[in-house]
Design a protein around this ligand. Structure first.
Ligand SMILES: C[S@@+](CC[C@H](N)C(=O)[O-])C[C@H]1O[C@@H](n2cnc3c(N)ncnc32)[C@H](O)[C@@H]1O
Length: 458
């Protein structure tokens, strides 16, 4: 049941005919989608193996709708990070960010990580991706998803945007603000969004968005790009937020971008003091395309983005001493077929690899400092789950490959051991060539190193 104050406002905003079409969309079944993960290999191969019935999402090259009968969340490929289940409209903002390998990118409101992992795919493992989430519990889920998708160059942090801007003034080439909002666009998908909605909450969200956007402006380098998005129809949080931001920040302007078919321009008449520029913002309507309600704006900061040295407030991260992680180096020599570039850092006995050129972590509440390589035990190294998921099958030796339908992958994901052949050794466990985790072959029994907290009861 939609809130009356919401339907009244929508009726005022839309023409009679459009309002009817909008309301009708609430009676139609929602279409679910997933996004293939290019960090795990090319999509062509997956599409050959794919057990689901997929059709393309027009605005994201890796996005596909799946059938209501398909259960991609209950398939070992999901645990291998081969795809991320993501609502189709939620895939729209990131292509407009146009992230490139080697850049410094901030996803300021990042959990659970749909858009962070989409940005990471565009960065192809190169550059620095800072994924921030304000809510600690949600930040933990974000870190888990970053690991599952095999992202090695992300630093996951848990901050208020104001705390973060003190450490990173002018630091980032691109910033995504996928803002906390009143969630009107999710009413069809999520009953909770309906019960939590109120006109007062719309106002509160709009105020919070102003604060977050102001902090993002501080952290963006001259000439940098800022993408703002919400999943609400409320003008105060959409065209309104953008107009207020432009009024406070004359150094920003809206970029004209090519808009995919089905998306519509934002409406200046819905914002107080709305300028013509607002027609460059973009709205996604559930009655105009196959997806939920969304809004996005692509903003550019004036100036020139030179690729000069650009430390964060506390400078650059410094590497740990080699003698302190010798056990890892021995493991690397024995098993890894590709040496990764980066900055090894130690937190107690936990070894991480920060991306090249990463900022000092002083002052940050860090959940993941780049790639978690593993744990240094007395005279030996135990590889971490994140390392496994960041590897392609030809990057590790030896590999124990499981095939779909045999039941071994499900056994592995339940945390069980299974019989195997080969010499005693760490093994990269893969499903159809996609890494799932580590196992340790001890005299013909594959000991299970799938993390306890992730185990399935399938
Ligand atoms: C729309 S969700 C982000 C979804 C995410 N970008 C994705 O694609 O998976 C907005 C997030 O902002 C977080 N948030 C709430 N208040 C915040 C604040 N003051 N600063 C930054 N993030 C905040 C919420 O906890 C929520 O996880």
């Amino acid at each position: 049941m939609l809130p009356e104050a919401f339907t009244d406002r929508m009726q005022e905003m839309l023409s009679a005919e459009e309002y009817q079409a909008f309301l009708k969309s609430y009676g139609e079944p929602k279409k679910q989608a997933l996004r293939l993960n290019p960090l795990k290999g090319d999509s062509g191969r997956f599409l050959e193996l794919c057990p689901f019935s997929l059709t393309r999402v027009p605005w994201e090259e890796n996005g596909y709708y799946f059938d209501s009968e398909d259960r991609p969340g209950k398939h070992p490929f999901h645990e291998a990070g081969v795809y991320y289940i993501q609502e189709a409209s939620a895939m729209a903002p990131v292509p407009f960010l146009a992230a490139k390998p080697g850049e410094r990118i901030l996803d300021l409101c990042a959990a659970p990580g749909g858009k962070s992992t989409q940005i990471a795919a565009a960065m192809q493992g190169e550059g620095i991706l800072v994924c921030n989430e304000y809510n600690r519990k949600r930040a933990e889920i974000l870190a888990e998803n970053i690991e599952r998708m095999g992202v090695a160059n992300a630093i996951v942090v848990n901050h208020d945007s104001a705390q973060l801007s003190e450490l990173f003034p002018g630091y980032f080439d691109r910033i995504l603000v996928d803002a906390p909002c009143s969630g009107e666009g999710m009413f069809r998908k999520n009953e909770e969004a309906v019960t939590e909605w109120s006109p007062e909450n719309v106002e509160l969200c709009a105020e919070r968005q102003d604060e977050i956007l102001d902090q993002a402006a501080i952290m963006l380098h001259d000439g940098g790009r800022l993408v703002y998005s919400t999943c609400t129809f409320a003008p105060a949080e959409d065209e309104g937020s953008v107009q207020r931001f432009l009024d406070r920040h004359p150094e920003f302007s809206l970029l004209s971008v090519k808009v995919p078919e089905g998306m519509e321009p934002g409406r200046k008449e819905w914002a107080e003091g709305g300028s013509d520029e607002l027609s460059k913002t973009i709205r996604l309507w559930p009655h105009k395309l196959m997806g939920e309600g969304h809004f996005l704006a692509v903003l550019q900061k004036e100036g020139y983005n030179e690729k000069e040295e650009r430390p964060s407030r506390y400078g650059y991260a410094t590497p740990a001493r080699e003698k302190d992680y010798e056990a890892y180096l021995a493991f690397q020599k024995e098993h890894l077929r590709r040496n990764r570039e980066g900055i090894p850092v130690l937190f107690g006995d936990q070894l991480y690899l920060l991306p090249k050129g990463a900022p000092a972590l002083k002052g940050l509440r860090v959940l993941r400092a780049g790639l978690h390589l593993g744990t240094l035990k007395k005279n030996r190294f135990e590889p971490g789950h994140a390392l496994a998921l960041s590897l392609k099958k030809d990057e590790f030796e030896p590999v124990c490959n499981l095939t779909v339908g045999e039941g071994f992958a499900e056994k592995y994901l339940r945390g069980e051991t299974f019989e195997t052949k080969g010499a005693p050794s760490w093994n990269l466990i893969t499903i159809e060539g996609y890494s799932l985790g580590f196992g340790k072959n001890a005299n013909g029994i594959m000991k299970n190193h799938y993390p306890k907290g992730l185990r399935k009861n399938w």
